[in-house]
Design a protein around this ligand. Structure first.
Ligand code: COA
Length: 544
């Protein structure tokens, strides 16, 4: 039994009960993000009395989603907000505050952050915008904000962010102003765009995909993508990490941390700024450089991070990893009731480096024994619309029992006369009998369809199009292969840093932010590589 002095209040919005600190906080860790994701008490500094304002909405979300610690609204103009007593400042509060969410305008933000420091607040989530992202005076403000965090030893997420979420039953913290509270699940999402984060949470709910944690990084003034990745790679509640990335603050660190993370769990990333114009837009969004997309691609390849090319693909992959086991090899069987989509699927599987399984003689004979006369029993199997639900079940069962098959994609074009939920039931029930991944495509059927809901709620991912299912399976295969890959050795080369620095300095001196081909060729030389010396031809025009 914990001593009474360590008791804090649990506020469920309607009733307040006494619980002990030990009950609220999971096992103590030295993780500096503990104050952000597992706080025992939260102050909302700038908790507005007006519905629709950010400070109000965050307080509302904390209450609505049953945050398990103490909530302190801070607002000098209010006696209470949302029925909870308000304080004029964090300094006037009776108890300790682990986390402060800052939702006051930028001109008072530094003053309230300083008060948080004096109060002994351990973590800050700064929602307020108007810092580095706006340039000019905002850059200096962000530096002062950071200096305050350093001075008082506070860990800060933001500024200019959307907030954080931890759905763990011990915490139940939705400290965002997102309208959709996420379902609980094993996916954690870190994002450099708050708005995109909200869209992802929203879409995830419609797919039945649940989250463990969410972190909107904002300007990444202090807590970075690398910090979050480092914390979540060892987080037992996070099974899959999703990341929306606009730039890498410290790519070298990212490589080190991501390599370790991908050995433990899948990391799926969407990186924007592929084009030069996109890179420039990313820079003005959060005030930091986007960097070359080629370099990002190389980083992902080296670290085993799976790159998704769109939000849709991010979900496609997440759903597959979340619901199905990894394939043991590249051999895929396709079972379909229509030739066209099956061929599209095969094309995409081949493009992604997967192979079509060659069925054993036993499987072929079993299929031939009962398949409709019109059916094609070669891989991809096309049962044609003549195939019954029972035919479909037997075909899927036969290929999944075949030792030459590592995974299956079930394609179904629901004809009018068939109950699609019944077909979906047959697919998940058959999939459950085997330890091989099964992905499904109910052609043209949306997330609201009965077949989709039946499949996904029973652990089989379903996709709108056959190519999406093929790409998701290929991502699982890439991850499985990456896990099997030998660690390899990191070679270090003798480096002539000053020579490399000269090349960079010379480019900078002429106002360039990119190296020319000739400059770049000198780089490997400085790093011990053998490069044929190259020179621009005499009289060549600049940029020709
Ligand atoms: N301590 C505590 N509360 C204070 C305060 C202080 N020193 N000074 C003012 N407040 C209160 C205000 O009285 C107000 O409460 P009220 O509505 O009950 O009067 C509340 O803080 C909010 O202040 P207000 O001036 O109404 O600001 P706002 O809600 O219109 O805007 C921000 C505040 C932070 C939302 C805004 O400045 C901002 O930065 N917006 C952009 C946020 C964003 O986009 N972030 C990135 C998302 S991805």
């Amino acid at each position: 039994m914990a001593p009474l002095s360590s008791a804090i209040t649990r506020n469920t919005g309607r009733r307040t009960t006494f619980i002990t600190r030990a009950e609220v906080r999971p096992a103590m860790t030295t993780d500096p993000l503990d104050a952000i994701f597992s706080p025992s008490s939260i102050a909302i500094v700038g908790a507005s009395r007006s519905r629709g304002k950010i400070g109000y909405e965050i307080l509302h979300n904390l209450i609505l989603n049953d945050y398990q610690g103490t909530i302190y609204p801070v607002n000098p103009k209010a006696r209470s907000v949302h029925g909870i007593p308000a304080y004029p400042s964090v300094l006037s509060m009776p108890g300790p505050v682990d986390l402060a969410i800052i939702t006051v305008p930028v001109d008072v933000a530094l003053a309230v952050v300083e008060e948080c420091g004096r109060k002994g607040v351990r973590g800050l989530v700064v929602i307020t915008a108007g810092f580095r992202g706006v340039g000019g005076a905002g850059i200096g403000l962000e530096e002062r904000l950071l200096a305050l965090c350093r001075e008082y030893g506070m860990t800060m997420v933001g500024p200019n962010c959307m907030g954080v979420i931890n759905t763990s039953p011990d915490i139940q913290m939705d400290a965002t102003f997102a309208p959709t509270p996420p379902l609980r699940g094993g996916i954690s999402l870190v994002t450099q765009s708050g708005a995109l984060g909200v869209a992802i949470l929203d879409h995830a709910k419609s797919l039945g995909v649940g989250f463990a944690k969410f972190c909107s990084l904002g300007n990444k003034a202090q807590v970075s993508l690398n910090d979050v990745l480092a914390a979540w790679k060892g987080d037992p509640e996070t099974k899959i990490i999703l990341a929306y990335i606009e730039n890498f603050g410290n790519p070298k660190n990212f490589v080190r941390i991501a390599r370790d993370a991908t050995k433990r769990k899948p990391v799926i990333a969407m990186k924007s700024g592929r084009s030069e114009a996109g890179g420039r837009a990313a820079m003005s969004h959060t005030g930091s450089l986007g960097g070359s997309d080629l370099a990002a691609e190389a980083v992902f390849n080296q670290t085993g991070v799976l790159r998704a090319n769109s939000i849709e693909e991010l979900f496609d992959y997440a759903m597959a990893f979340n619901l199905q086991p990894l394939p043991k090899g590249p051999r895929v069987a396709v079972v379909s009731d229509a030739g066209g989509p099956a061929i599209m699927c095969v094309d995409e599987l081949s493009a992604q480096g997967l192979t079509m399984a060659e069925f054993t003689r036993a499987t072929e004979e079993a299929l031939r024994a009962w398949a409709p006369a019109e059916a094609s029993i070669q891989n991809p199997i096309d049962l044609t619309p003549q195939g019954t639900i029972e035919d479909y079940r037997k075909a899927l069962d036969a290929v999944l029992s075949d030792p030459n098959v590592d995974a299956a994609i079930a394609i179904y074009v629901p004809p009018v006369r068939v109950d699609e939920a019944e077909v979906a039931r047959v697919v998940w029930q058959t999939a459950k009998r085997h330890r091989k991944p099964v992905l499904c495509n109910f052609l043209g059927r949306s997330e609201a369809s009965a077949g989709f809901i039946e499949l996904v709620s029973h652990g089989v991912p379903s996709y709108l199009f056959p190519e999406s299912a093929a790409r998701a399976l290929a991502a699982m295969h890439r991850h499985a292969e990456y896990l099997k890959r030998e660690e390899g050795k990191v070679h270090t080369f003798k480096v002539d840093r000053s020579r490399a620095q000269e090349v960079v300095d010379a480019a900078r001196a002429t106002g360039r932010t990119r190296l020319t081909e000739i400059d770049a060729a000198r780089g490997p030389g400085a790093y011990g590589g053998h490069v044929v010396e190259s020179r621009a031809p005499a009289g060549a025009h600049r940029g020709a």
